[in-house]
Ligand binder design. Structure first.
Ligand code: NDP
Length: 251
């Protein structure tokens, strides 16, 4: 956990960074924070007006001009990601960072009531989509001198918890895939791969999972950005295959 990390203002200057689920919650905060630290950010998500509002905020702040890439992980297949990679190759020539942040909670329910369609939807958005997107983007990441791939995990992806169903399983799968990929890239240290668990954060997803909780007892997405910046930027160079937390565990 690097919540006390103090990044230099131009930490991500000249880096091209793609953030998935950039329109809301933690992804929105990460896109803005990366842009404010000098990155050219590619905003990927499924709701275009949300992406446009992040785009406008970045432009108004005078940060490097971002790009919008509308994509819904549901229904997206490898060919869509390859097409995306071709577009990014033409536009930017390389990718220095990839924050896999988009995620779907599904339903908190006893397993014997879990609908199979919803289970598959959660696995598609949280695991399969990001995996094929990573395969398509690897050649672009390898064009970078220092590329950081961050997968978003959760505490229920490190220890299973009753009723968390597909979401928990999807985060375990994410942790496993990160280890496999990091091990494959061990001789290509210019691409590092790690997981980051944001911890309890005040967003719509958290509200859905804990409707009775007072949101003001939680850290905001902005509060946890130091760890997101540290893991995306040069100060974590050489670190791969590790699991991080963006904030200390709650008491
Ligand atoms: P939000 O629900 O606030 O945001 C999720 C983002 O993912 C939204 O931008 C959403 O787009 C996007 N998204 C969802 N489904 C799709 C899809 N099919 N295709 C493309 N984009 C999609 O969640 P958080 O910000 O809280 O969560 C961000 C990440 O952090 C997730 O991976 C989550 O699992 C993880 N996490 C969050 C915790 C928390 O306490 N908040 C704790 C532990 C982990 P749209 O806005 O258009 O719906």
């Amino acid at each position: 956990c690097k919540i006390d990390y103090r990044p230099i203002p131009n930490l991500l200057a000249d880096r091209v960074v793609l953030v998935t689920g950039a329109g809301d919650g933690i992804g929105r905060a990460a896109a803005l924070s990366y842009a404010r630290h000098g990155a050219t950010v590619i905003l990927l998500g499924r709701t275009i007006d949300k992406l446009e509002s992040v785009y406008d905020e970045i432009e108004e702040a005078g940060c490097p001009q971002p790009a919008i890439f509308p994509l819904n992980f549901e229904g997206a297949v490898l060919a869509d990601f390859v097409e995306m990679a071709e577009t990014l190759e033409k536009e930017f020539g390389r990718l220095d960072g990839l924050l896999h942040n988009a995620g779907l909670l599904g339903r908190i329910t006893p397993f014997d009531h879990y609908p199979p369609e919803l289970w598959e939807q959660v696995m598609q958005v949280n695991v399969n989509g990001p995996i094929w997107m990573t395969q398509a983007l690897l050649p672009l990441l390898k064009q970078s001198e220092d590329a950081s791939v961050i997968f978003t995990s959760s505490s229920v992806g490190r220890k299973g918890r009753a009723y968390w169903g597909a979401y928990s399983v999807s985060k375990f799968a994410t942790e496993g895939f990160m280890e496999v990929l990091a091990d494959e890239l061990v001789n290509q240290p210019q691409v590092r791969v790690n997981t980051l668990n944001p911890g309890a954060t005040r967003t719509q997803m958290r509200r859905s999972a804990y409707p009775g909780e007072d949101p003001m007892t939680l850290r905001s997405a902005e509060d946890i950005m130091p760890t997101y910046l540290w893991l995306m930027g040069p100060d974590s160079q050489g670190i791969s295959g590790q699991k991080f937390d963006a904030q200390p565990p709650r008491q």
